[in-house]
Design a protein around this ligand. Sequence first.
Ligand code: TYD
Ligand code: MG
Length: 456
Amino acid sequence: MKEKTKFYCTSCGNEAAKWFGQCPACGQWNTMVEAPGDTVNRSRAGAVKVAGAAVMNLPKPITELDTLEEVRFSTGMSELDRVLGGGAVVGSIVLVGGAPGIGKSTLLLQLCGMLENQKILYVTGEESVRQLKLRAKRLGVDRQNLLVLAETNLDNVLRSIEATKPELVIIDSIQTMFNGDLTSGPGSVSQVKDCTMALMQAAKLQSFTCFVVGHVNKEGAIAGPKVLEHMVDCVLYFEGDRAMSYRILRAAKNRFGSTNEIGVFEMADNGLIEVPNPSEMLLSGRPKNCPGTCVTCVMEGTRPVLAEVQALVAPSGFNGARRNSNGIDYNRAMLLLAVLDKRGGISMNSCDTYINVIGGLELDEPAADLATVLAIASSARDHVIPYDTTAIGEVGLTGEIRSVNALNQRLSEVARLGFHRCVIPAHIRGEVKAPDGLELVSVRNIREAIFAILED
Ligand code: TYD
Ligand code: MG
């Protein structure tokens, strides 16, 4: 029989029978890669099928299903617990993605050091046992209940899991694991998918929790975690500027909790330190008496977080205006620039504009609009926004300031960090209570906001 090949999109994981220049699912160009189809009818998958048939799994009415809550355990790191939705779920599989060197192995090894009672199996395919021991020494992880296995063959890993019966398994990383039954090499799409599927079946059957590391690779040469996202229970991305010490752990998918929560860590000499109050960290080193910066408050899940938006407006050269946005969606930033130009009375033509959010934070909430507009206006006019002033509000296309949710919570955080003034949407002024020492400036549109903050 002729061997079939399949094509996968390295951006979204879409599978197709033929090659496309543009992925039909996500619209990205040049992301389809060829991978050999699965040529072998795997014995492992077959075994599971047989076991299922013997039990005769019949459908049941929903009213008769058990309502057993999922069993969770605390990881001992409150920031990680928060992102997982209140602890790790027994029998679940969690993918931890991130660029190489961001700190995934460090995070998971530290997690092993936190758990006193669980039996843990750490499978390392990237580092030797000696390297791992050195790192563990540096992190102060030294436990009898932590077993280490340097192995890349999936069958051996599964056999070790069966033999040692751990409660937590860590696979570092999925790109180094391979199943000898498949023809493709480690790190290819079919290998990564197959290994994850096998681990998932084992995790459900033997009810252990599994953390799987996956490298994010922009070039798409190695299958990234994207192709696994739909298979696993929870996807965490570890992000941050490698040059800076702050790291943000974000849930991109979570079957057992919300995906809005973030966990903040700082990389220090002896590992990752949790940052329980990220606002202080994100505002540290803020310049005084400088135009082009404004602080806002966004909700990251249930937690209000203060963020600094910076803008630089400079005369452009002969080649037309350059625009760049970092931390705020580019199209949103362009929309805000257009609104400022047309409704705010500040001409942005023939100006280069650069927008940046400090600390590597991604602001995807419209509540940051007003601060962005004010930061741009401040830089364009060369007027300083007072150091103790913040702005919260969504900007509409007519320049109106629209309401945001959870304003009381945001204002408490603003007041807690010592700010004295906050610009808020006028029409919800009646619904909020100003915390002590915080003056609320209600504005109806961006002209009023610019007038209130930049003209006095
Ligand atoms: P690592 O966990 O190896 O990254 P990943 O597994 O995501 O590829 O992180 C390695 C980086 O972290 C490396 O550049 C060194 C740094 N680091 C510290 O700064 N302090 C530490 O205590 C450790 C263990 C690593
Ligand atoms: Mg690593």
